[in-house]
Design a protein. Structure first.
Length: 707
């Protein structure tokens, strides 16, 4: 049997009566609560007054150990009708005086130990009693406790009266509201029934041009009918606009606004669907994660508008290089992802097909991009992660493809790399090393070694500061195991600040001994690119008191890949402080003569990879001799790194190189040993025989012996 449908006016009637009933009930409860609170507060106020009047005298009585005086003092205040019991305790917790109303001795509960332990005035409200505790003090010293018990019978009687009176008033009010609501219901139901009939006619005949007859009387019902008629005329127009808005919203929510590719949200949804399909069809799919090599250089040097045009060109080429069933997406910046479903039922076939698509994408992107009359070159590094329905976590797959992409960058960029488990282990290892290095900086586990910079005669003209790490548990850690990891994060900035501060501190110590030495400090690209790098350097140098003329900053070409004008301005600011610059590992990167022309460089350092083979490799010999000749023409000093053999030294001297570093002269040594090799200022420097002759097996600087 179906329930009868209640009319709108009936619902309004019920809602109105119910609402008023609830409001009256809540009002009554609030009134009762307020009354209860007021009566309770009155009791507390009485207790406060009682304690204020008796506490000073009672404290003296407790000090005098006189129960009789305490009783006489308290009995004069014991006429309060609600006050049932008074207790006075010594400081050790023992009872001094207990006063109770006749007939209450057995019925009163034991005073609350927890309340008595309070060191300030406090109270506890129970079902039958209000317990009040006051500490007794003499000149700030606690000597006892006053404990009061108030009965709640009077409060209960008054609340019962309010309850009965309120209940009667509540019933009478509900009756009046019910009668009034019925009369209002009749006034509304008749015109509403007419509107309902007209609406049914519109629904049955689908005649949206039909107008409901409007009542001449102004009011809410007239406005309702008029609005309904206008609504019918707007329905068709709104339907068309709604479809248009829905398409725009979908475009905004699921697609990248710049390239029109899917965004992360749509990619995630597509990935979830493809994983389900992969489970059902036993097909293997793949994620391609790609990052554009050196895109930041284009974006910074040519402007964001050119960078955006490059991104649009890249996205168009990705679309052309993949299948229609594949999903290309842009995650942000210059990072793109392509979802490749249905690559095969076995890993070998799927890997082959994924690699084929990835290579097609790589070759397409690597072709020249014509942007505003410029021929621009960008290349992608691509990582591939396969999925088969088992490894179905989107974030895990993205992370795996990302790790593979970074491995592709490490192996030379512009290449494709599959993910394998060892990459995850390597990532975990990097995270562990990073955390340990942060602790090492905080716990002073790092120290500096210095590798001398010498002339052909053996004269020491400077030294290069090299950071070393001695782990408390593992012992010495090779710099190649932690410096590259630090350079991946902002941790290199913390490490760089520490190195510069330690170098300045050591230079100040040597200067105090009458010894002066030019010290080179390696500056990483991330460190140099900090907005406040110049201010950091200035603060460290000024606080140490050393002269900036004795500092040389060694920069790699990675620093110069960014906006060269911004780099030049920053280098000039540092030069005005007195700091000089050396271009480290010259010849290993994308060397440009523009750097030598526009930047305030004083020294080129030939990388040891060229020096080590100059006596056997004619190409290396030609490169080194050319660098030396070019630098001499430009008036720039040249330092040959990694000199280990006399034959290498003789070759370099023949071509005009005058500054050297390497094991042939000295290994890196600790600060104390370096200080012993520096002659006092004004005296002749050490000669080659002095430097070469020291016995490295007797050195205590074994922890400095890293290439």
């Amino acid at each position: 049997m179906s329930r009868p449908i209640m009319s709108v006016t009936g619902r309004l009637h019920r809602l109105f009566v119910t609402s008023v009933a609830v409001v009256l009930l809540i009002t009554g409860l609030v009134v009762m609560s307020v009354e209860f609170y007021n009566h309770r507060q009155q009791l507390i106020d009485r207790a406060d007054v009682f304690s204020d009047l008796t506490s000073p005298q009672l404290a003296q009585v407790v000090m005098s150990e006189s129960p009789l005086l305490a009783t006489l003092l308290l009995e004069s205040y014991f006429s309060e009708p609600n006050l049932l019991g008074i207790y006075v305790y010594r400081n050790d917790g023992s009872e001094l005086v207990k006063l109770t109303k006749p007939g209450q001795l057995q019925s009163l509960p034991i005073p609350s130990q927890r309340l008595r332990a309070k060191l300030e005035s406090s109270y506890k409200m129970g079902a039958e009693l209000l317990e009040y505790s006051v500490p007794l003090r003499v000149k700030g010293q606690l000597v006892g406790q006053l404990y009061l018990q108030y009965g709640l019978d009077e409060i209960k009687r008054q609340l019962l009266f309010y309850l009965l009176f309120g209940a009667g008033l509540y019933c009478f009010s509900l009756l009046g509201v019910y009668l009034l609501s019925k009369r209002i219901q009749r006034g509304i139901s008749e015109p509403v029934d007419k509107i309902i009939d007209a609406m049914e006619q519109v629904t049955v005949h689908q005649n949206f041009a039909l107008n409901i007859p409007e009542d001449d009387k102004p009011g809410e019902l007239h406005a309702l009918i008029s609005g309904f008629n206008r609504m019918l005329g707007q329905i068709n127009r709104n339907a068309k606009e709604l479809k248009s808005h829905q398409a725009a919203i979908e475009q905004h929510v699921y697609f990248d606004p710049l390239t029109g590719l899917a965004n992360r949200r749509l990619l995630m949804q597509s990935m979830e669907q493809e994983v389900i399909r992969a489970k059902r069809s036993e097909q293997i799919g793949a994620l391609l994660y790609m990052d554009l090599d050196h895109f930041k250089t284009i974006n910074d040097s040519l402007g964001h508008s050119v960078g955006d045009a490059v991104l649009n060109s890249v996205s168009a080429r990705i679309r052309k290089a993949i299948r229609e069933a594949d999903t290309p997406a842009r995650l942000g910046g210059d990072e793109f992802v392509v979802l490749l479903p249905d690559l095969g039922t076995n890993e070998s076939t799927a890997s082959h097909n994924a690699l084929s698509v990835a290579e097609k994408v790589r070759q397409s992107i690597s072709s020249v991009h014509q942007i505003d009359g410029r021929a621009l070159h960008v290349t992608p590094s691509i990582g591939i992660a396969l999925f088969d329905g088992e490894n179905d976590e989107f974030e895990n797959l993205i992370m795996q493809a990302d790790l593979a992409m970074y491995r592709a960058k490490e192996e030379g960029r512009n290449r494709v790399q599959f993910f394998f488990e060892q990459m995850q282990h390597s990532a975990d290892h990097r995270q562990q090393v990073e955390e340990s290095l942060r602790e090492a900086i905080d716990q002073d586990q790092l120290y500096l070694c210095y590798q001398p910079l010498v002339r052909e005669s053996g004269e020491i003209v400077g030294a290069e500061a090299l950071v070393r790490w001695s782990d408390g548990e593992k012992g010495p850690v090779n710099p190649s195991a932690f410096i590259p990891i630090a350079e991946m994060t902002d941790l290199i900035c913390c490490l760089g600040r520490w190195v510069l501060a330690e170098v300045c501190k050591q230079m100040a110590a040597w200067e105090a001994q009458g010894k002066k030495l030019v010290v080179s400090v390696n500056i990483s690209p991330r460190e140099f690119q900090q907005n406040d790098f110049v201010e950091q350097v200035q603060e460290i140098v000024l606080s140490s008191g050393v002269r900036a003329e004795y500092l040389v900053f060694e920069l790699t070409e990675g620093v110069l890949f960014n906006n060269i004008e911004a780099v030049r301005i920053k280098m000039q600011r540092l030069s005005r402080l007195g700091i000089r610059f050396a271009l480290d590992d010259f010849g290993t990167g994308y060397s440009s003569l523009r750097y030598l022309k526009e930047l305030p460089l004083s020294t080129l350092k030939i990388d040891q990879s060229f020096v080590q083979d100059i006596t056997t490799d004619s190409n290396d010999a030609a490169i080194v001799s050319t660098i030396i000749a070019m630098a001499r023409t430009l008036g720039i000093d040249v330092v040959a790194e990694g000199v280990e053999k006399k034959e290498e030294l003789e070759f370099l001297k023949h071509w005009g190189c005058k500054l050297f570093q390497g094991f042939y002269f000295s290994r890196a040594v600790k600060a104390k040993r370096m200080g012993s090799l520096i002659p006092p200022a004004g005296k002749e420097q050490l000669r080659e025989t002095r430097i070469i002759s020291f016995d490295q097996h007797q050195l205590s600087d074994v922890n400095c012996d890293y290439n």
